[in-house]
Write a protein that binds this ligand. Structure first.
Ligand code: ATP
Length: 354
């Protein structure tokens, strides 16, 4: 196991900068997820850590050792890819043992490591099968088994679940998390799926356009997003955003662009007269017989909760109620806002003010 550090890391492809000065500290044994929209640079960052891509500037350290100039094989890491990359003509056992064979490990040691990894991953009965005889989830487990047998200092995962169907993805999420709890190996995991990040990570690194927007524990990012990008990216359904300004005569009111007055519990200093964004998570909208009218656009009962889109404050707004709602599109609900949970952002800089 080892800590991993990125120190002012930069990368350009030709004249095109894709990583623009990234600093990340990953503690020994931590499970860190790099998340962000397509093209933000997360795979490039992971590939640089793996040694598959060189670094234009800065330093990457694994266990305190600068690895910039080291080949992938010298970094003591193991990577699991999206497409598993199993050898079709080799059995599960041979696939798992392959890297040890290359290192000319003694046969007894090799067998013992493969058996142990197979036990952890529930692959013991499948060791003689070929990849074509396995399900997607089983193949994914073999790919992880191949990483485990190497007993590396760091595991790297690049979107390992994106080829699986939704149900299997949820199951594998739990397996990977459990695996990490068992082995406590430092893990760096890349995904564009914020739910994967929220459910698995000790720490999330939110990336956007080659820079780190925020680093934090999942719920900390959810509750205290640093800026509009993180607020909009973390959470599903996404945070509702209204453009507007504080009421010049009453800072406890936000006036949305259609004139609707929305409550503000903690008006930030200096926000009067500035263009703001009012950020409201769907679960902080409450059904309230004395509240403001909102017309139902879409209603989706999921069984244990009801998700809706309503027309309110000049916008289509997502709400999630933890109860059943007997209503149809076109009807009007009355809602209120749990004001202490509202965030205000500066519209120009995107920074959170409260
Ligand atoms: P995705 O989720 O789509 O994989 P990502 O966040 O992992 O996205 P990267 O694959 O790291 O993004 O790519 C970051 C940027 O670098 C993109 O704009 C991409 O087009 C560019 N890029 C990646 N590899 C190369 C390359 N070999 N040559 C030129 N540009 C590249």
């Amino acid at each position: 196991m080892a800590a991993v550090e990125f120190v002012d890391v930069r990368k350009s492809f030709g004249a095109f900068p894709v990583i623009k000065g990234v600093n990340i500290e990953i503690a020994d044994g931590e499970f860190v997820i790099l998340v962000g929209p397509s093209g933000c640079g997360k795979s490039t960052l992971l590939r640089m850590l793996a040694g598959l891509e060189n670094i234009s500037a800065g330093e990457i350290r694994i266990g305190g050792r600068v690895v910039n100039g080291l080949a992938p094989g010298e970094r003591d890491i193991a990577m699991v890819f999206q497409n598993y990359a199993l050898y079709p003509h080799m059995t599960v056992a041979q696939n798992m043992a392959f890297s040890l064979m290359l290192k000319r490990a003694p046969k007894a040691d090799m067998d013992q490591r493969v058996d142990k990894a197979a036990g952890i991953l529930g692959l013991t009965k499948l060791l003689d099968r070929y990849p074509r005889q396995l399900s997607g989830g089983q193949r994914q487990r073999v790919a992880m088994g191949r990483a485990i047998v190497r007993d590396p200092q760091v595991f790297l995962f690049d979107e390992p679940l994106s080829n699986l169907d939704a149900k299997l993805r949820v199951a594998m999420r739990a397996e990977i998390k459990e695996l990490h709890q068992r082995l406590s190996t430092t893990t760096v995991y890349v995904t564009h799926d914020q739910i994967e990040a929220m459910t698995m990570a000790d720490k999330i690194v939110v990336m956007h356009d080659g820079v780190v927007e925020q680093v934090g524990a999942p719920l900390d990012l959810y509750d205290n997003p640093a800026n509009l990008f993180v607020a909009g990216f973390i959470g599903s359904p996404a945070m509702n955003m209204f453009k507007g300004r504080l009421n010049p005569d009453n800072a406890n009111q936000f006036i949305a662009s259609d004139g609707t007055a929305l409550p503000v519990a903690n008006p930030p200093a200096g926000a009067k007269g500035r263009d703001l964004i009012y950020g409201l998570r769907p679960e902080y909208i409450l059904l309230d017989a004395n509240g403001l009218p909102a017309e139902i656009v879409v209603i989706e009962p999921t069984g244990y909760e009801t998700q809706l889109i309503v027309r309110f404050g000049g916008a289509d707004v997502s709400c999630v109620f933890r109860e059943r709602v007997n209503a149809r599109p076109g009807e009007t609900l009355r809602i209120s806002i749990d004001a202490p949970h509202v965030h205000l952002f500066d519209a120009e800089s995107g920074q959170r003010l409260s």
